[in-house]
Design a protein around this ligand. Structure first.
Ligand code: CTP
Ligand code: MN
Ligand code: MN
Ligand code: MN
Length: 383
């Protein structure tokens, strides 16, 4: 074999929802770098630039081989001039100066530390940065006004920035299952988000809840929350009512990408798993600079972010697709629907503008079929 031969070109479709993107891929050394630049663009609220870097990274995640030379990138879609420059630098020098200086910049590090607080978005973090704050620890002496979410975010900063394991996700699944079944027998609970895509670790655990009898799910969340709270399982929760029916802007075209389901953003108080209490408990609190509430080393619980969403049965397939992610995969599905099919996709429905009607679906497979896409299973939606 010729040693410098480039890998044969791979036919790569240009929308991420047309491709299979496994969780484990061959080019993290490049995608991590591009995603730093994407995140930095988000910090400066430059969405277009951020999406461009994320799309580039996503193409590399779908490649079945390691990129060794620029020739390997021939004919690949979505790779812009800037991304190519960064990739070239990394292939030649091992690192990109732009990525490294971004990573080390005071602004990037501060924005990262501040947005890592639950309840803190880019706008707030940026304001705090301009006021001189650099880490969550700075929030306390300055007496910043914090809302309830942010107060919880600061209080449980260490725990919430300790990845949730699959094992912990399974324990939480059992708890949620028990809570939901207690208040609405016959309800169906689906694990969504990253864990449904096969991730080993997550920043939270996401669930979608429905009931085969349409309407039985109405106003379900307060009952679930009550049950959990009575068991002492909640450290924080914010429930938002379903606003889909009241919306005036049409079901498939919500004002933002945010859906209108009844939802609860919560923080669970999770008893430590037996196997973790001895070996790992101390690592949750030690050696981390930003913790604001010290827990005793022998603490038997930890805080975990949990998202609960309730969907009517008729929208369940759309909700499942919408809440499984990845975020880029979702964005690409909506872009495909709009630009290529003249359709409008949300987590509630799919509207066909040409036929001027909603297309029904009882499964994710049917939605892909409506969209003229090959079905991609959750484990290959890691775009
Ligand atoms: N999502 C959404 N509306 C929100 C928040 C999230 O529709 N307000 C969707 C996202 O589009 C994504 C899914 O919910 O498809 C899960 O989001 P998230 O939990 O943020 O990310 P994960 O992919 O689960 O990854 P992580 O491990 O970081 O939680
Ligand atoms: Mn945040
Ligand atoms: Mn998640
Ligand atoms: Mn989530």
């Amino acid at each position: 074999p010729k040693p410098f031969e480039t890998t044969p070109a791979v036919k790569m479709k240009s929308y991420a929802c047309q491709r299979r993107t496994p969780l484990k891929h061959h080019n993290s050394f490049l995608t991590d770098a591009l995603e730093i630049l994407a995140q930095n663009a988000e910090f400066s609220e430059n969405e277009g630039r951020s999406v461009a870097f994320r799309r580039s990274a996503s193409v590399l995640k779908a490649l079945p081989h390691v990129v060794r030379s620029m020739g390997d990138l021939k004919d690949l879609p979505c790779l812009g001039e800037h991304s190519l420059r960064v990739i070239k630098e990394i292939l030649e020098d091992g690192t990109s100066s732009e990525v490294e200086s971004t990573r080390q910049s005071e602004q990037f590090q501060a924005m990262k530390a501040l947005t890592d607080v639950f309840g803190v978005g880019v706008r707030t973090a940026d304001r705090w940065f301009r006021e001189g704050l650099r880490s969550p620890l700075d929030l306390i002496p300055t007496g910043q006004k914090l809302n309830h979410a942010q107060q919880a975010g600061v209080k449980y900063y260490n725990d919430l920035n300790t990845p949730v394991t699959k094992k912990e996700a399974m324990v939480i699944s059992d708890i949620v299952e028990k809570a939901v079944k207690a208040v609405l027998p016959g309800a169906i609970i689906t694990l969504t988000g990253g864990f449904r895509r096969g991730k080993e670790l997550g920043h939270d655990v996401d669930f979608l809840i429905t009931h085969p009898e349409e309407g039985a799910e109405e106003r379900l969340m307060p009952k679930i929350v009550n049950w959990l709270d009575n068991q002492g399982l909640l450290l924080y929760q914010k429930t938002t009512r379903n606003s889909y029916l009241e919306s005036k802007d049409g079901p498939a075209r919500p004002a933002s990408n945010m859906d209108r389901f009844e939802r609860c953003f919560s923080i669970f108080k999770l008893e430590q798993l037996e196997s973790d209490t001895h070996t790992e408990t101390s690592s949750y609190n030690s050696g981390r600079a930003a913790g604001t509430e010290e827990r005793h080393a022998g603490s038997t619980w930890r805080a975990v972010r949990v998202d609960l969403v309730v969907s009517p049965y008729s929208q369940f397939a759309f909700a499942t697709l919408g809440w499984t992610g990845s975020k880029l995969f979702e964005r690409e599905l909506r872009r495909w629907a709009g630009q290529e099919k003249g359709m409008s996709l949300s987590s509630h429905a799919l509207y066909d503008s040409k036929q001027q009607r909603y297309l029904r679906a009882n499964s994710e497979e049917e939605i892909f079929a409506h969209l003229g896409l090959e079905y991609i299973p959750p484990s290959e939606r890691n775009a």
